[in-house]
Design a protein around this ligand. Structure first.
Ligand code: SF4
Length: 629
């Protein structure tokens, strides 16, 4: 439903002039009267965004913690959405940030209450965040958790009450007690062909999509999902499907410095060890011609041999293992492409026999096409980076482009839609070229940088400890009862601490339940500490609910083939890649502590022996001088 622009338009003034007036009135008068802090940095940012909308430009808006960046972009975005009749898309770095933004006490709710506005905001989460009825059906045969989910679904899903209105359901956050591992068995998976699914009309994902498409003001999604939308838009239109998201009036990337990672993730191809076997087995039915069957068996054998080779020659201990190519791996990969092409050709004749169920045939054809494309990229090597990962016990070959610049230039920075990047950390000393180059923007952007309005000297203490045993020091520090966010570089580091902490119920650990549920429990004081390797950014918990951020280890990039590839192309990998990455993430982590002008707290930084060599660099980015160095 079209909403009225929140200010009167004047015949003698342009929309953008009136927008500036309104922003000034709201930020200087209306919100301050309602108890909001007046921050010049916020007013400046909102005006700059208004200007970027007018010019349809790319804007890097760097503003320190406490500026009130969200309100600064929400005001012009809502007004512009209503003016153009198209929703503004706010793309957050991850799903946790989405929940932060839309929760009752979040900035959208605050603005609505303060201004008497009703903002039509709808969520468009990544497809993995929704239940897949097909997978749920299969998983329910073996899993109690899946059966529990199934029992909780609305009646219309199983056709019990056909007169019931179909409401969106099946969002990950509505199953807070389901573990990540159980969720991975029942959520959307790209292998299942939604376009030819018979449950499509009752599927929660479809219902959510229909719901958010109608948003008049804002669609909030993750950056991953926005990138998936860009990446699939053309092919969906070719197949006469709607793109995942509607055409926006403006795109705002919240925590915009993370967009490169989201783009790389979206433009990535994944080949799982077991999937080929699963897909082909479904179509090896009675009546399929002998020639096709033989080719399929040959491909399954060849694929198994390829994965044996990959497994035997993968190096490294982390999540992403480096592939050392052997002649046998290359030969298997090339043979797999040849066989997959032949099968696709033969399936055309088998389709005419009508012995393979349509849905299974469609899955197989789509899968083989993607398989061929992925394996060709793998065979070519070049600019793509590949590695081996384990996904729920399944070996996965991942192929990712090292650079995403060309694709972003073609799909995002077209000059038709303004693009706003908002973050506290995007520049290196006010210079945005590192980020602009990594996104392929060149010099076609506007930018500004404003400091945080908080008096950190007054409200923040920093304690640096150099213990022989970090876990013991952390457990000792927790005895003072402070509500603490503990940040780890990786899941492995978190698990190492978890072992030392035993089953201590004071600690919540990321991965045990939905992250939003853990954050909520922590914020409500149900546990003293929240342990996470993801919440370096975006977490917004003001007041007494969070009075210490403990940094267990420095957030260097993971030891994985992607960063190894970046290292290969850098002059000085440590200085050019690892150090800026770590310092930026460290600043983000520290930024979790002071969220409002009334907050006070401590940063506890635990430095191991090796990390101490970086102390000079660390000190240079800390907002206050540590009490103990
Ligand atoms: S439409 Fe897609 S996600 Fe929904 S049930 Fe069907 S296959 Fe699963």
């Amino acid at each position: 439903m079209k909403q009225a622009i929140p200010f009167a338009l004047d015949r003698d003034r342009s929309f953008f002039e009136s927008l500036d007036d309104w922003i000034g009135d709201v930020l200087y008068d209306e919100l301050t009267e309602k108890g909001f802090d007046l921050r010049d940095e916020q007013v400046f940012m909102a005006f700059q965004i208004g200007q970027a909308l007018k010019e349809k430009s790319v804007l890097f808006a760097e503003a320190g913690v406490g500026t009130g960046k969200t309100i600064a972009y929400l005001l012009p975005a809502v007004a512009y959405a209503r003016y153009t009749g198209r929703p503004a898309i706010i793309a957050c770095a991850d799903e946790a940030l989405i929940d932060q933004l839309v929760k009752e006490s979040g900035d959208i709710g605050k603005l609505e209450r303060a201004l008497g506005l009703t903002v039509d905001v709808r969520l468009a989460k990544s497809r993995e965040q929704y239940l897949c009825l097909k997978r749920l059906d299969e998983a329910s045969k073996e899993s109690d958790a899946a059966r529990g989910i199934d029992d909780s679904l609305p009646g219309f899903v199983h056709g019990h009450s056909s007169m019931m209105k179909l409401e969106p359901y099946g969002d990950r956050s509505t199953f807070p007690d389901v573990s990540d591992d159980d969720w991975d068995l029942v959520n959307y998976h790209p292998l299942w062909q939604c376009s030819s699914c018979d449950l499509r009309n009752r599927c929660g994902q479809t219902l959510h999509r229909a719901h958010y498409r109608e948003a008049a003001d804002l669609i909030i999604c993750s950056q991953d999902f926005y990138m998936e939308h860009l990446w699939t838009k053309e092919s969906r239109v070719r197949q006469e499907q709607l793109p995942l998201l509607p055409e926006p009036s403006v795109v705002v990337f919240d925590e915009g410095h993370l967009l490169e990672y989201a783009a790389q993730k979206a433009f990535t191809y994944r080949v799982q060890e077991r999937t080929l076997d699963t897909v082909l087995s479904r179509i090896m039915v009675d009546g399929v011609r002998e020639k096709t069957l033989v080719l399929m068996e040959q491909l399954i054998d060849c694929h198994a041999s390829l994965f044996r080779g990959l497994h035997d020659h993968a190096e490294g201990e982390g999540d992403r293992r480096k592939i050392v190519r052997t002649p046998q791996i290359s030969a298997d990969a090339e043979e797999a492409v040849r066989l997959a092409v032949d099968i696709l050709e033969e399936l055309v004749f088998d389709a005419d026999l009508y012995v393979i169920p349509d849905y299974d045939l469609k899955i197989a054809e789509e899968y083989l096409e993607q398989y061929i494309h992925s394996m060709k990229l793998f065979n070519e090597g070049g600019e793509a980076v590949d590695w081996l990962e384990n996904e729920n016990g399944d070996e996965t070959l991942v192929i990712m482009p090292r650079l995403v610049t060309d694709m972003l230039g073609e799909l995002l920075f077209t000059g038709r839609v303004p693009v706003i990047f908002s973050s506290a950390t995007m520049s290196v000393g006010g210079d945005f070229s590192y980020l602009a180059d990594s996104l392929g923007i060149g010099d076609g952007f506007k930018s500004f940088s404003v400091d945080s309005p908080f008096d950190y000297e007054e409200v923040m203490e920093i304690r640096i400890e150099k213990p022989a045993d970090k876990s013991a020091e952390l457990l000792r520090s927790m005895e003072d009862g402070r509500q603490t966010l503990i940040l780890f570089r990786s899941k492995a580091a978190m698990n190492e601490f978890r072992q030392k902490a035993g089953g201590d119920s004071r600690f919540l650990f990321e991965g045990d339940r939905a992250l939003s549920a853990l954050v909520r429990d922590f914020q409500q004081g149900k546990a003293q500490a929240l342990c996470s390797w993801h919440l370096w950014e975006g977490l917004d918990i003001p007041g007494e609910a969070l009075t210490r951020v403990a940094i267990y280890d420095l957030p260097y990039p993971p030891d994985d083939p992607l960063f190894e590839a970046k290292h290969r192309f850098a002059e000085d990998p440590h200085r050019d890649i690892d150090l800026p990455y770590m310092l930026l993430r460290l600043r983000q982590g520290i930024g979790r502590l002071i969220r409002t002008s009334g907050d006070r707290g401590e940063i506890l930084l635990l430095l191991g022996e090796k990390e101490q060599s970086e102390e000079g660099e660390i000190l240079s980015v800390l907002p206050v001088r540590p009490a103990t160095v």
